[in-house]
Write a protein that binds this ligand. Sequence first.
Ligand SMILES: NC(=O)N[C@@H](CC(=O)O)C(=O)O
Ligand SMILES: [Zn+2]
Ligand SMILES: [Zn+2]
Length: 440
Amino acid sequence: MKQLIMNASVLNEQGEAELKSILIADGKIAAIVNEGSGLSVLIPEGASEKERHIEKIDAQGKLVIPGLIDMHVHLREPGFEYKETIATGSRAAVKGGFTTIACMPNTRPVTDNVDTVQLVLKKGEEAGLAKVLPYAAITKNELGRELTDFEALKAAGAIGFTDDGVGVQSAQMMKDAMARAKALDMPVIAHCEDNTLVEGAAVTDGEFAKRHGLKGIPNESEAIHVGRDILLSEATGAHYHVCHVSTEQSVRLIRHAKSFGIKVTAEVCPHHLVLSDEDIPGLDANWKMNPPLRSPRDVQACIEGLEDGTIDMIVTDHAAHSEEEKAKGMELAPFGIVGFETAFPLLYTKFVATGQWTLDFLVRRMTADPARVFRLNTGRLEEGAPADLTMIDLEQEQAVDPQTFASKGRNTPFTGWKLKGWPVKTWVDGKLVWSADQAN
Ligand SMILES: NC(=O)N[C@@H](CC(=O)O)C(=O)O
Ligand SMILES: [Zn+2]
Ligand SMILES: [Zn+2]
């Protein structure tokens, strides 16, 4: 059946909002016409009764954008279903306006084999919500000792290689990985962390660590890998994508590499754009993630990097943990926070509502830019594109309440934050997969 979203506020090429009607047919955007053009332009003359039947949805002037894309998420299945499952994670994703999500391989077993890649794809399809794209591990068990079978993993449907959760410690291993990825025209996505510089620390090396007598994670532990891997990307020609950039030094290195035409791309998380270590209220592990919250100067560098295109896209690094795990305190709890259900309103409120960014800029960094970097057939509002769409109520203001999350994870530092710009409906391939007014 065809659907018509009427009175939708749509951003045009110039980033200006215009009122449009969007016709969806066969899971695709069939037409986008000026509001008020009438149905006659959409229904061919002599159309049958069936062709004339269109379900109408009145957007009432709300924003409709391409479905958000999140290229860095943890869905925990298989192996850690008590934290999250592919079904609960996908539901949290579409509730947050995300229609395509790429999940990390630090599951149990690690997604280092064909069966697990296929299992993730199958569970993603069964959930029938967001499009779930699996990454495969670079090394077996993410132990950094032996490369996985890149050819077979690509053939099974993996979209890139990463040992996220841990850095690949050996430069030779990373170089071999990039050479093989290059031969297969696949990206290498890297969690950048030199273990010899970290040694069990939980927070950044800075004011907060000093005040609480904690060991610190220095900026160089990230940037050393970024610098090393940029050189390896140059040597091998591989597409190298930097995970969750958090330091001024990493931004500087990536900017420099891009100016030399090296094939490096990068992502940043909302929390690294909005919070610094100075905001951490105490030893609450809901403020613990990897990389850690850095100094205000690093936050500023990440914002500037995103603004000038050094950093290509925003990702959530959605990483659910159980309440018991997070109750262990700052030093013992696992790293990671959830992100799907707060990302858009958080960034809209902090950067767009304040006038620092245009709405179009924020939307591009969460849709067209990740689609371009990872060559995905989505992320654009265009005739013929898949009908992956998100409707957002820019006026609705609401406090973040983790008890209402669709995710199993409640681990967020944003509890109680009053935010605007909440997603209200999400379509994937033309199917309405989430609607605020139908949610319980
Ligand atoms: N980001 C995190 O703090 N945690 C991630 C791992 C990771 O992304 O490195 C996790 O799997 O929990
Ligand atoms: Zn990581
Ligand atoms: Zn991650």
